[in-house]
Design a binder for this molecule. Structure first.
Ligand code: TXA
Ligand code: MG
Length: 310
């Protein structure tokens, strides 16, 4: 066993915070059975205490021990997609305490595939509560440097840049049917046989469901491709641009993004952080195509670009 992983597991057991890589984004982890460890976690993120957090496990069996009812669809989904970038919301068992569920009767469960995350979870043995390792409301961290810039952990495991780059797909199976709460790399097409529904006007407190979330500090504006030129002309200096097209010489900060949605997702948060740090007034984001393979990216961009709450 890697001595770093062993030390990280000891820190978790002692109620400390460990930031670790997953295949989606970096997580900031704490022992999910310890009220004081989870309280420290929320404080480090600046997250309101009534928001539920995802609990991570090494195995499906361990994950399901936090649920009191496991619908057949949940077993099928776990078999198909775990370990991997999928979170299942199920009715909680007594093991899932109020401080990880935000007081709700359901719990978010995930078995990540990243080898470092997996080894840490296996060595630790129990559930690890881990939100994304960024300040509440900000874009998620996809490198160890992002984590270091933003949150204070007792230990940070560096696993390089996240492979997927956006957060896991979240499916809610705690009520009737299978409801898509957050799109991700695992898409509706991948889930075809599960008859996925859209969320109704539900009472779930789901912070990824807050309108402005995953947002840079600089106001971001989504611009259709054919209007980008006019928008730059109108706003003049003071804009930073995230676009598919080649840089325009009127703009000092321009990041050209790939036309492949997978690679775009992988680079998205690093790009938003970089443009945010440029000190511009506005970030103009060229809208991606309206096609289904861009659903998860469009979801994150529209949240990043939502107008700040008054
Ligand atoms: O990819 C991911 O899911 C990453 C990595 C670290 O695993 N984690 C992540 O965690 O994105 P976080 O806390 O930033 O976002 C988790 C989302 C939140 O929107 C939260 O409200 C929702 O999951 N969630 C967790 N438990 C829930 C529950 N019982 N009911 C409804 N939503 C829940
Ligand atoms: Mg988050």
């Amino acid at each position: 066993m890697n001595p770093e992983i062993r030390r990280a597991a000891e820190i978790l057991r002692a109620g400390g915070l460990v930031a670790f890589p997953t295949e989606t984004v970096y997580g900031l982890g704490a022992d999910a059975s310890s009220a004081s460890a989870v309280a420290r976690l929320y404080a480090a993120k600046g997250r309101p205490a009534d928001h539920p957090v995802i609990v991570h496990f090494a195995t499906t069996e361990a994950a399901f021990s936090f649920a009191r009812e496991i619908p057949p669809e949940a077993r099928k989904l776990a078999e198909r997609f775990w370990p991997g970038p999928l979170t299942l919301i199920l009715q909680r068992s007594a093991k899932a305490k109020d401080f990880v569920t935000g007081g709700q009767d359901s719990v978010g469960l995930r078995v990540p595939s990243h080898p470092v995350a997996h080894e840490l979870l296996r060595e630790f043995g129990g559930g690890v509560a881990a939100p994304s390792a960024n300040l509440f409301g900000n874009v998620s961290a996809t490198t160890a440097a992002h984590v270091r810039d933003e949150v204070k952990a007792d230990m940070l495991l560096d696993g390089g840049a996240s492979e997927i780059g956006i957060e896991s797909t979240i499916l809610d199976l705690s009520g009737s049917g299978v409801v898509l709460l957050r799109p991700g790399k695992i898409s509706r097409e991948d889930l075809e046989e599960f008859k996925v529904q859209n969320p109704g006007v539900s009472s779930l407190r789901h912070s990824g469901g807050l309108e402005r979330h995953y947002a840079p500090k600089t106001p971001a504006v989504l611009v259709p491709p054919h209007q980008l030129d006019a928008e730059i002309a109108k706003r003049g200096a003071g804009v930073a641009v995230l676009a598919f097209s080649k840089p325009d010489e009127r703009v000092d900060y321009w990041i050209r993004m790939p036309r492949d949605p997978q690679t775009y997702a992988q680079r998205l948060y690093a790009a938003l952080r970089e443009l945010d740090a440029a000190g511009c007034e506005t970030i103009l984001v060229e809208s991606p195509p309206e096609t289904t393979e861009w659903t998860a990216v469009r979801d994150r961009l529209s949240r990043a670009a939502a107008s700040p709450a008054p």
